[in-house]
Design a protein. Structure first.
Length: 492
């Protein structure tokens, strides 16, 4: 009996603390709660009604900004219709004999997220028809095909005007419902979502051919193909488009990450001179930045294991202070905007303190590149490539991590220096340790320590042997003295 009541329950008649649900602020739909545990199932229906009502309000605000005169409307607790001023139906007359009249059209959209999106698309379509004076009352608009309209909306053949760029915009709006719009969130959207969706033809509707064109732009068995396939499946699911089979036919397993070549300390020192070398006047615009600025940036990355973008968030006053005798480096989190693995919670010391003087780091020459934080960091990558360094800025960070292992700095301490968790440090950075690096650490930590212990033992043995010889000499001297005094019988 209770289930039957819930299925036929009309939430529009609900009240909470004397306030009608129709007068409730829909933006606060999460605060609508049940009066008691027995009514909890009904309160869920009421909250869902408020949530969709709020979604309709937000959608209409967006349509108003676009100057779309057709709006969407909750015609019941379970359906969404369209409302606007249209040419009069046959036999109808508008107010004061006008040829136009306001109508609410029921096209069979269900009151859920997909129904809202479908109704918004239909509102734009009808508005365009009104503007171009091509609007006609079709059987669908008159209600005879309303049951099939939602499926028709999802069909690529029935909606050729629905462009991919419009779908991407709605997809981005959905993304920000679950992500914070900060530097990290913007970077995630750009690098993990938009970067792949840009491979689709933006001025065409979403079709199987569009998916294939995008997939064929990537090579099989590459990370590009893997992540593009992953993103296209999510995008198709969001759009209600049946393209998974096509995407799966191109899908490839996630490839293993390429092995990085981590530079040795000697190579890093040589690279300091190379990164400041002048280029051909026609080679790159980065000649506008003085070479010593690139060298200072390079030295900071190498000495302190910074992420490239963190270079522009160094507390320079604290770093250059005469009281900073240990050359500690601190960052200003407000400038970095956060990182995916956390900020440093301690001052970072140089693992090679002599590099501070070698690279003249206290004589600050921060590159003036302009642009966003991401753009500034990208220009460092470009500079490394232009001067033909055989490693990248981030490889200096990996070298910093390995250097810490070679000097036997505890993993927890190194993780704090690098601004991430112990798990991230172990999972990510130790895997870049090459066979040569591991062998060097083995030599330094095991062989050298054992060799030092062996030499110490030999020195101790020689000292003990010398002591024995001295004691033997002293013993013989005492025996001679006893014999001189006629006490030789005591030696028997």
């Amino acid at each position: 009996m209770y289930n039957t009541d819930a299925s036929t329950y009309d939430p529009r008649k609900a009240e909470w603390e004397g306030v009608s649900i129709e007068k409730w602020d829909t933006a606060k739909w999460k605060q609508w709660k049940a009066k008691n545990s027995v009514a909890d199932d009904l309160s869920k229906i009421e909250r869902e009604y408020l949530r969709i009502k709020h979604a309709v309000h937000v959608a209409n605000s967006a349509l108003s900004l676009e100057r779309v005169k057709v709006k969407i409307k909750l015609t019941s607790a379970k359906s969404i219709g369209l409302q606007g001023t249209f040419p009069c139906k046959t036999g109808d007359v508008g107010k004061n004999g006008s040829k136009n009249k306001q109508y609410t059209i029921s096209c069979g959209f269900t009151a859920n997220d997909l129904g809202v999106k479908s109704a918004v698309a239909k509102a734009r379509e009808l508005d365009l028809l009104l503007i171009t004076k091509q609007f006609q009352w079709t059987p669908e608009l008159l209600g005879k095909q309303s049951q099939n309209h939602q499926n028709q909306f999802l069909s690529e053949d029935k909606n050729p005007e629905r462009l991919i760029c419009e779908l991407v915009q709605e997809y981005e709006q959905e993304f920000w419902k679950t992500h914070i719009k900060n530097r990290q969130g913007l970077r995630t959207w750009d690098s993990h979502y938009l970067r792949h969706l840009k491979k689709l033809p933006q001025d065409m509707p979403l079709t199987l051919d569009a998916l294939e064109d995008a997939l064929e732009k990537t090579k099989p068995n590459t990370s590009s193909r893997f992540f593009l396939s992953w993103q296209l499946k999510k995008f198709c699911d969001f759009c209600g488009f049946d393209g998974v089979k096509t995407v799966n036919s191109y899908a490839t397993p996630k490839p293993n990450p390429a092995i990085r070549r981590i530079p040795l300390d000697e190579e890093i020192i040589e690279g300091f001179n190379l990164v400041g070398s002048p280029l051909s006047p026609f080679a790159s615009k980065d000649n506008l930045t003085f070479p010593e600025q690139w060298q200072w940036a390079y030295g900071m990355l190498a000495t302190y294991g910074l992420r490239p973008h963190e270079l522009f968030a160094v507390d320079l006053n604290a770093f250059t202070s005469s009281e900073n005798t240990f050359h500690l480096l601190r960052l200003n989190p407000s400038l970095t905007g956060g990182t995916k693995t956390g900020e440093r919670n301690c001052g970072v010391p140089p693992i090679h303190p002599h590099w501070v003087d070698l690279f003249d780091l206290k004589n600050v020459k921060l590159p003036v590149t302009g642009g966003t934080l991401s753009n500034q960091a990208a220009k460092l990558h470009i500079r490394f490539r232009n001067v033909n360094l055989n490693f990248r800025p981030y490889d200096l960070r990996h070298a910093f991590a390995i250097r810490g292992h070679r000097l036997q700095i505890p993993i927890k301490t190194m993780a704090d220096y690098m601004g991430h968790t112990v798990q991230e440090h172990t999972r990510t950075y130790q895997r870049w340790m090459s066979e040569d690096a591991n062998l060097e650490i083995y030599k330094e930590v095991v062989i050298n320590r054992m060799g030092g212990s062996r030499e110490a033992m030999k020195r101790r043995i020689r000292e003990l042997e010398a002591d024995v010889l001295v004691l033997r000499g002293e013993n013989e001297t005492l025996k001679g003295i006893l014999r001189q005094h006629g006490l030789g019988e005591f030696l028997e």
